[in-house]
Design a protein around this ligand. Structure first.
Ligand code: GAL
Length: 682
């Protein structure tokens, strides 16, 4: 029996829509998939009406026939709940199930994700269809697992229906108990927003200058996340009652305004990601800029997914051109890119990769979103590449279950992510630094993980990282400060950037000396700070003879405390002479406060000076166009080299390694084709 993510092998799948094709094609399709190395299909995520064509009338034959066939030919199935697209009869009869825009205008039937999570009618009908699906199909031999809904919070991650306002009030009552506490938390004394009755509170609405209370919006974002999680859990709890032993529950993501980590823990056995690196080549997003990492940026998403779910799969992996009939046009992947992007997913930890989709749809919005096959099903280059990927995966089975290695962590937390979504100062420093740190790590072959600080995070979770960057910990809590303190005291190196520690959990600014709760740990005092003015030119600092270029913002620092040391000083404008970087020894480790945001050059300098850059330099040398990743399992270590450039790349293997694709020993100079990949055991 094909199981996925059980450490026994690397498995390929595809997304199939039996409802899109004449039944007479099913068998040939399934057999051709199997012959191409595809062992699993995902089905049914948009097919509610096939089972409940009118309210309360259930008919299971359609998928029964498909599952019979799957069992006959030996295909495994991931079955989905169909709630991403409620039927027309439902939204017509229960318009309260529809989501609305910020002006209260309803989103109508015809696209997808037009529902809201909080409508009692939609919750009830979703529970019924989930129960019916699970009750009827979960026992089927060919089913190996379940997907909840499809891409929760994709396309639509804000909800303004009447049901949402009603549920928001309940959420706030549970959180604050009294209106006094809410008024305090939201700072409603400002601009006379004081609430005297719960019914005066709404989800954000249209206001003058769109200046919605930021503390309200922060809670509203938490509310959206909680609503989505509750909806997922409702489905998961139902399916679990019927799940065959060994089967799993998952969903595919990853989207914003959602605590994916919490959802994964509460409702899923593991998480799946939908990886579409070809977005980098979309006509409206393409940047002809050698500095832009393009499809390599998907490695950042994959690292995020790994933080949610150390063991994960790819439910939808790019296999053809992008395109809705209205937008998102990107070209057909070039020869080698399908393999490259598959190996990118595997290098980052995926042991299951399922291509979107088997055949390109001939109708509807997604006629240009190509699958493996074109409309005609004729043999093509992409299916040949899938077969070749399968051959390669057969040779590298042992990689399954191996863990991605990283000594550097980039720390995040949902409070700060959501604060940065609505606060322009926070957003600007955060997006600059995240981009820079990731790019510097990518181009120096320095693997990084993302590390989310959560209530349950323990010092042991941080200990494995030699260096942690927490770029702009704007919102800080006593608990998180204590956790970081413990990490540093135990020998870790922590680096925080400007604008840290100046807000509390409500998003309000603190009146302590900055950086607030991080003052003691970082040994830093910040008497003054400023945005870098447009006419300031290059703002630089000197770090023991190395020039750092400040970016976006400057906190002017002083070292404060017995173990604190001024490491770098600004050298330009009126900041000249003020501190730009402070270090503070604390127990066995060190904390640094950098008074700016990072650009790629300064991020590289930090990686180098902190001794964590290029940890595999003694094993392999590559040009900058290549990413490397290492997955390890016990004593065994597997090195991936991925060439993102269309030109060939020459790499140097400094020791003899086993080429897993060919099972030959190789060393010295090795040529990778344009978009070529290599996996060796080191
Ligand atoms: C994904 C989605 C698929 C399909 C694909 C191409 O986001 O889950 O159903 O729509 O994009 O647009």
């Amino acid at each position: 029996m094909t199981k996925i993510l059980d450490g026994s092998g690397l498995v390929l799948g595809t997304c199939y829509y039996p409802e899109h094709w004449p039944e007479s094609m099913w068998k040939e399709d399934l057999e051709r998939m199997l012959e191409s190395g595809i062992q699993v299909v995902r089905i049914a995520e948009f097919a509610w009406s096939k089972v409940e064509p009118t309210e309360g009338n259930f008919t299971y034959e359609f998928f029964d026939r498909f599952l019979d066939l799957a069992e006959e030919v030996g295909m495994k199935v991931i079955f989905c709940t169909p709630t991403a697209t409620p039927p027309a009869w439902l939204t017509e009869k229960y318009p309260e199930a529809l989501n609305a825009d910020i002006n209260g205008q309803l989103y109508r039937h015809g696209a997808r994700r037009h529902y809201n999570y909080n409508s009692p009618a939609y919750q009830r009908l979703s529970a019924v269809i989930t129960e019916k699906f699970a009750e009827h199909y979960a026992g089927r031999k060919c089913i190996i697992g379940w997907q909840l809904d499809n891409e929760l919070n994709c396309e639509m991650n804000e909800f303004y229906s009447e049901s949402d306002t009603a549920a928001f009030r309940v959420f706030l009552q549970e959180k604050y108990s009294t209106l006094d506490a809410l008024n305090q938390a939201w700072g409603t004394a400002f601009w006379n927003q004081t609430y005297t009755d719960w019914n005066e509170i709404f989800v954000p609405r249209k206001t003058v200058s769109n200046s919605v209370n930021p503390h309200q919006v922060l809670d509203y974002t938490r509310f959206i996340s909680a609503s989505c999680r509750r909806y997922a859990k409702m489905q998961s709890d139902i399916i679990r009652k019927y799940l065959k032993p060994g089967d799993f529950i998952t969903t595919n993501g990853m989207f914003s305004n959602l605590d994916n980590h919490a959802m994964n823990e509460e409702s899923l056995d593991f998480y799946m990601y939908d990886s579409y690196p070809n977005f980098a080549y979309c006509l409206d997003a393409y940047r002809d800029d050698p500095k832009d990492l393009k499809d390599r940026k998907w490695s950042r998403n994959l690292a995020e997914v790994r933080s949610i779910s150390p063991s994960f799969g790819i439910m939808e992996q790019q296999s053809g051109a992008n395109g809705w009939n209205t937008r998102m046009e990107a070209p057909t992947p070039r020869p080698g890119q399908l393999t490259l992007w598959t190996m990118q997913s595997i290098a980052h930890g995926a042991d299951y990769v399922s291509y979107f989709r088997w055949r390109t749809c001939t109708m509807g919005t997604e006629i240009y979103w190509h699958g493996i096959l074109d409309y005609s099903s004729r043999e093509n280059r992409r299916i040949r590449e899938v077969r070749d990927v399968h051959q390669k995966l057969q040779q590298m089975k042992d990689v399954a279950g191996a863990v991605y290695e990283a000594k550097v962590g980039i720390v995040k937390d949902y409070d700060n992510i959501w604060d940065a979504q609505l606060d322009v100062w926070h957003q600007r420093v955060d997006s600059a630094s995240m981009k820079a740190l990731f790019a510097a790590a990518q181009r120096t072959n320095t693997p990084v993980d993302f590390v989310y600080l959560r209530e349950k995070t323990k010092p042991e979770d941080l200990k494995k990282y030699q260096v942690l960057f927490y770029p702009h910990a704007t919102i800080m809590t006593k608990e998180r400060a204590a956790l970081l303190q413990e990490y540093v005291a135990d020998g870790g190196t922590l680096v925080v950037g400007c604008r840290s520690g100046y807000k509390d959990l409500t998003g309000k600014c603190v009146m302590d000396k900055l950086p607030g709760l991080l003052s003691e740990l970082t040994g830093t005092d910040i008497p003054e700070y400023s945005f870098i003015a447009p006419d300031a030119g290059r703002v630089t600092a000197d770090w023991n003879g190395t020039e750092l270029e400040a970016s976006v913002f400057t906190d002017l620092l002083e070292a404060a405390g017995a173990n604190a040391k001024l490491e770098a000083t600004y050298t330009s404008d009126y900041y000249a002479g003020s501190g730009a970087l402070v270090s503070n020894e604390c127990g066995k480790g060190k904390a640094y406060y950098y008074g700016s945001a990072w650009n790629e050059a300064s991020a590289r300098i930090f990686l180098e000076k902190l001794g964590v850059m290029s940890p595999y330099a003694d094993i392999v040398e590559t040009p900058e166009s290549c990413e490397i990743a290492v997955r390890s399992k016990g004593e065994r270590r597997f090195l991936f080299v991925l060439n993102y450039d269309k030109a060939p790349a020459e790499i140097l293997l400094k020791k003899e390694c086993l080429n897993l694709y060919t099972q030959e020993k190789i060393s010295g100079k090795v040529k990778l084709e344009g978009y070529g990949t290599l996996v060796v055991e080191i």
